[in-house]
Design a protein around this ligand. Sequence first.
Ligand SMILES: NC(=O)C1=CN([C@@H]2O[C@H](COP(=O)(O)OP(=O)(O)OC[C@H]3O[C@@H](n4cnc5c(N)ncnc54)[C@H](O)[C@@H]3O)[C@@H](O)[C@H]2O)C=CC1
Ligand SMILES: O=C(O)CCC(=O)C(=O)O
Length: 445
Amino acid sequence: MSQTLSEYIKEMQQRDEDQPEFHQAVEEVLTSLWPMLEENPEYFDNGIIDRLIEPERTIIFRVPWVDDAGKVRVNRGYRVQMNSAIGPYKGGLRFHPSVDLGVLKFLAFEQVFKNALTTLPLGGGKGGADFDPKGRSNGEIMRFCQSFMTELSRHIGEDLDVPAGDIGVGPREIGYLYGQYRRLSNRNTSALSGKGLSYGGSLLRTEATGYGVVYFTQRMLNTRSIGIEGQRIAVSGAGNVAQHVVYKLLQLGGIVVSMSDSTGTLHSPDGLTDDQWQAIVELKNSKGGSFKDLDQHNGLHFLEKQTPWHLECDIAIPCATQNELNGDDARTLLDNGCQCVTEGANMPSTNEAVEAFQQARILFGPGKAANAGGVAVSGLEMAQNAMHLHWNAKKIDERLQEIMSCIHESCVEYGKQQDHIDYVKGANLAGFAKVAEAMLAQGVI
Ligand SMILES: NC(=O)C1=CN([C@@H]2O[C@H](COP(=O)(O)OP(=O)(O)OC[C@H]3O[C@@H](n4cnc5c(N)ncnc54)[C@H](O)[C@@H]3O)[C@@H](O)[C@H]2O)C=CC1
Ligand SMILES: O=C(O)CCC(=O)C(=O)O
């Protein structure tokens, strides 16, 4: 390869100038892969990297819908079908005003590597819309979902592309999306995952991402003979992933000192109790409230507009959104003695933060490995649908734990250094090995 890494990155940035999140995700992966790629020029000669960073297909469409006042609104919908070398495109849908093509390309790119790590035959994709569900009525959400699916339905299917939830797309939205898909296709299939239990959903899909994050954290801690019990843990976010991370940590005796939302951080110096967790879940899932509105009793403090990263903790688990933890936050966490960071969200740490954690040789679990439990149980949902069966929670939890162990082992195998495990390198190399092998075997497509 005649180009250097920085020349390659620069060329990519010039091709699509307004996609900073996508550039960041690619740079993080290529920094890990580059020495191996230089030793194995066949990957460049076969255009594997050029093909990995170019989506197989991108669909952009108009989503017109009528609000409660009778006014016609128009949003922009997307599906990025990134790579299907190892299986049908798979990955969530995000409804949030910050959604654009660059954000979805970063998420789809990460998803390709993540899905390869799960051991299941799943390609990578991601989609969504710049629609803000906040403050919208049930009827408005339903009409939006129906309009979105009217176009998306032409591009998905159980062996083609299987979307699921992500930020702003939970059980209610999946229900409306699936209803419209079923109506249009006249078939009951596994074209979406994260479905309700009464219409083909899998037990534990709701919990799987959060539980998987904790199982991965346990396996990283085990390499240093540490357990979760008694550890002080700062968690960010308060949505699907954060809620189930916190639930599992409390079950295992962890002391959870924070959760957060876009209004600020809820600090619990003595650790959240089960009752407080329950009240937070109710606030978020039933009332759609903000932490600033929560009755702060029993030792809970609201830190307005603050993230949790200045709080003293042994473990930090960011579960909100991309780039929520920067270089300064990383240095503060390290100064305060944090020994382990596990990414529940997708790319919550900036590349500067990742570098600081790696230089300090603390345990750092990147999202594409640590939060893969959700998509893995989506894969199990697809398997159950294909067999017209329904597995019990024990079986799914066992499979989830097995998969998280396999992902951890792959990271160790590919990321083992003399004195530590580089989980970033391990996850990137292991994911790449599987996808690149499949691409090479299938020719230039
Ligand atoms: N739901 C899933 O199965 C999976 C989700 N993820 C990732 O986990 C992260 C969270 O997703 P979900 O929990 O599903 O979404 P969600 O919509 O259920 O929750 C998102 C949460 O993050 C909070 N949040 C958003 N922006 C914030 C900000 N700027 N500061 C603080 N908090 C903020 C929101 O208040 C909300 O509580 C995302 O990065 C998503 O891509 C990753 C793997 C699977
Ligand atoms: O279950 C799925 O397909 C969605 C998972 C997802 O979007 C993610 O892993 O970020």
